[in-house]
Design a protein around this ligand. Structure first.
Ligand code: MG
Length: 330
């Protein structure tokens, strides 16, 4: 069988089923936003890695290298945030560079990466540089800290918990759609393009969420629906999502119309907002809601199905669930 038939998530399942070597000191292995390793003094270490490949994750015809460097680190830090982590972190950076790469291009990449590193308290402490036969490849591995009492695994959702989301969703997908349509420089799309090119990991709030009632989290990388599906799968629950309650960025409807795009498709399937989806006990949700940290957009249920309701409470036909590697985009 070829990997394009199995798909990214099928491949991950296959590898997890193959009994990955696991010695001491592992609190949580594959299957969450980051692995968790036993640290000292009640602190866990969260270890994560993300690879960006030219032509798959980014297009240098509309992504400047500084933004690419910024985003590469930001998306890794987002996985630390999704575990409930915060504070200092450390990264190694590996680059595959086509031989014709200009030195200045690599410097630009590092300028953006360093900007994110300073912003979020991450030290760049090494890596590897190799020749790539075709296209730029950029891989980062990051270690961050998660205090035991802050831990937010994907598996923590229970039936009856509220489904909440931080920030807004859909901006990144609108930005990408604008870039693909050659409209990235038009005023009405600038805010979305910025969100797509320079996403913000939610390290500003992540470490305090469990103390405020959250029990599970995932960052929105693959798309709201797909990432919600990951929480449901790991928690053994279903979910009901109210589309009309999802917080969209200002002007989203007009922007989607201008692009001739299906807004619901972008919002539910687009991904890369790097906000957090949370499971929160209903008694505790008021504080997150009142402070504007997160808003309720649905609830977790018994069973395993994920349904999306429109503003009248009717079940919505939903577009493709989100991004998956190896399978053709659908
Ligand atoms: Mg993640």
């Amino acid at each position: 069988m070829r990997i394009e038939e199995l798909g990214e998530f099928g491949l991950i399942e296959l590898l997890r089923a193959g009994r990955l070597p696991r010695g001491e000191g592992v609190r949580l292995g594959a299957g969450d936003d980051a692995a968790l390793l036993e640290g000292t003094d009640g602190t866990l270490l969260a270890l994560t890695t993300d690879m960006l490949v030219e032509g798959i994750h980014f297009d240098l015809s509309f992504t400047d290298r500084a933004s690419l460097g910024y985003k590469a680190l930001a998306v890794n830090l987002s996985d630390i945030a999704a575990m409930g982590g915060g504070g200092s972190s450390w990264a190694v950076v590996s680059l595959g560079l086509p031989p014709g790469t200009e030195v200045g291009e690599v410097e630009e990449l590092y300028r953006g990466m360093s900007e994110a590193a300073w912003e979020y308290g991450c030290s760049l402490v090494g890596g590897d540089t190799v020749r790539s036969p075709r296209g730029l490849v950029l891989n980062l591995a990051v270690v961050g800290k998660v205090r035991e009492g802050d831990l937010l695994p994907r598996s923590g959702a229970r039936p009856g918990d509220l489904l909440m989301v931080t920030g807004e969703v859909g901006a990144s997908a609108l930005g990408l759609a604008a870039l693909l349509a050659g409209k990235g420089r038009e005023d009405i799309f600038l805010q979305y393009v910025k969100r797509h090119l320079r996403p913000r990991p939610r390290l500003d709030i992540s470490a305090g969420l469990r103390a405020r009632g959250a029990a599970a989290a995932i960052d929105i990388s693959d798309g709201v629906l797909r990432d919600l599906g990951h929480i449901c799968e790991e928690s053994g629950v279903g979910a009901e999502l109210r589309y009309g309650d999802l917080p969209l960025p200002p002007g989203a409807e007009r922007a989607a119309a201008d692009l001739g795009a299906d807004l619901a498709g972008l919002v539910l399937g687009g991904g890369e907002d790097y906000e957090l989806l949370l499971a929160v006990s209903p008694e505790r949700a008021g504080e997150l809601q009142a402070t504007g940290t997160a808003v309720a957009v649905g609830r977790f249920t018994e069973g395993e199905s994920v349904t999306v309701l429109d503003s009248t409470g009717r079940e919505m036909k939903v577009p493709s669930p989100g991004w998956e590697h190896f399978k053709e985009a659908g």
